[in-house]
Design a protein around this ligand. Structure first.
Ligand code: EMZ
Length: 386
């Protein structure tokens, strides 16, 4: 198997029953695998809620390492809309030309610094650095802050060999608390101050609410963006003609970005808590249990995508759910899309080919399924375009 191949472990179950089952810390999950069911249930917040105990809709559940509610992610309508409307304009800033220019400078600078380097660690030395630096633009904080974030590693709640790491999470919480206090004392131009000055329904946000938005901003787009970048590098290493094609046809880089998000589905699934006894795919689910919307499976549904297991760079109709679906669709998607597009442009302009030197897959264990979501190790060489 090619290193850049990401098999679909859900096909049989998706076709036969439409559901999968997995346990997670004694809080089992019924996974919805079909595109249609995933989209329908994402709308149905009354039966499948996000506003449950903080951390419970995440798989693996974070109830034991987090009490702060992430906002707007763990809030249901109608309150959800008020929070979302408040943060939305800030998270759309990546559409501004000036933002994109800064992001492009960052990405090109980083790429220049590692061109022709032997044995480059594509995760630690590249994707993590790129993600952390880009986050300084989203937060509008000094570039140097990225050094601290890089030192936290690829996931703020997980460390290697341990699904959830409370000590590690505490580092993030203390950091955010300190930054909120700082912004109260010295208001600035960053996201903290914007949130502290914001009102929802005529009421100023509490410190706990500001923290909830900030935790989401740090946690939600971290391993996901890192996997998207790393997997894209592996893909181009094994498909040099695709890199040549995008060099010749830069106008399809937008389509290619969407297609990579569909094919890699960096976030496998997101849970919901069931509020009343009901059925999914003719299968009973009980009140106060969990279902999940399995984006990764929906994105390979042959009823929706032709050649679903292939990367079709210029796929025209692409209703993927890689950024989720409905009112909770990814708040950071505008930023993530710009990162991917600008990164691909930079690759086509500077890199002739990529060699994979060493790699180790990152496999998620999901009950009956095993899913490759990215790499634990990816050592590469970017060969300069001549
Ligand atoms: C949560 C989640 C959000 C969770 C869109 O996903 O991302 C996960 O990586 C975090 O662990 O807390 O933010």
């Amino acid at each position: 198997m090619k290193k850049s191949e990401f098999p679909d472990p859900f096909e049989k179950a998706r076709v036969e029953t439409g559901i999968g089952e997995m346990d997670d810390q004694n809080d089992p999950v019924t996974m919805l695998l079909r595109h249609k069911d995933v989209r329908k249930s994402a709308h149905n917040w009354k039966t499948f809620q996000s506003g449950a105990t903080p951390g419970r809709i995440v798989i693996p559940s974070e109830v034991n390492i987090r009490t702060t509610r992430q906002i707007p992610f763990e809030v249901d309508p109608p309150e959800h809309k008020d929070y979302r409307t408040m943060v939305e304009p800030w998270f759309k800033r990546p559409l501004e030309a000036e933002y994109q220019e800064k992001l492009s400078n960052q990405i090109n600078g980083l790429l220049d610094s590692v061109l022709d380097k032997d044995n480059l660690d594509a995760i630690e030395e590249f994707a993590l650095v790129l993600q952390s630096r880009a986050l300084t633009l989203l937060l509008n904080t000094p570039f140097e802050e990225s050094e601290t974030w890089i030192s936290w590693g690829t996931h703020v709640f997980r460390s290697e060999g341990e699904a959830l790491d409370g000590d590690k999470a505490a580092i993030l919480y203390d950091y955010i608390d300190a930054r909120i206090d700082q912004a109260i004392e010295n208001p600035g131009e960053g996201l903290y101050t914007m949130l502290l000055n914001s009102e929802v329904n005529g009421k100023k946000l509490t410190k706990e609410e500001v923290k909830g938005v900030m935790i989401l901003t740090f946690a939600g787009g971290r391993d996901t963006v890192i996997n998207a970048l790393t997997n894209t590098i592996a893909y181009f290493a094994e498909h040099p003609k695709s890199l040549d094609r995008l060099r010749a046809e830069p106008e399809i880089i937008g389509n290619a970005t969407e297609e990579f998000v569909r094919y890699f589905s960096p976030l496998t699934q997101m849970g919901r808590v069931v509020t009343e006894d009901t059925q999914v795919c003719e299968h009973a689910v009980k009140e106060d249990t969990r279902i999940s919307l399995c984006w990764a499976s929906a994105n390979r549904d042959a009823n929706v995508f032709e050649n679903a297991n292939e990367v079709v760079l210029d796929r025209k109709v692409n209703p993927h759910v890689g950024f989720g679906f409905s009112h909770h669709n990814c708040l950071g998607a505008t930023h993530a899309r710009q990162i991917m597009k600008i990164f691909i442009v930079a690759l086509t302009e500077k890199v002739g080919s990529i060699d994979i030197i060493d790699s180790k897959e990152n496999i998620e264990e999901l009950g009956e399924f095993k899913r490759k979501v990215g790499f634990d190790k990816l050592k590469v060489k970017f060969n300069k375009l001549v």
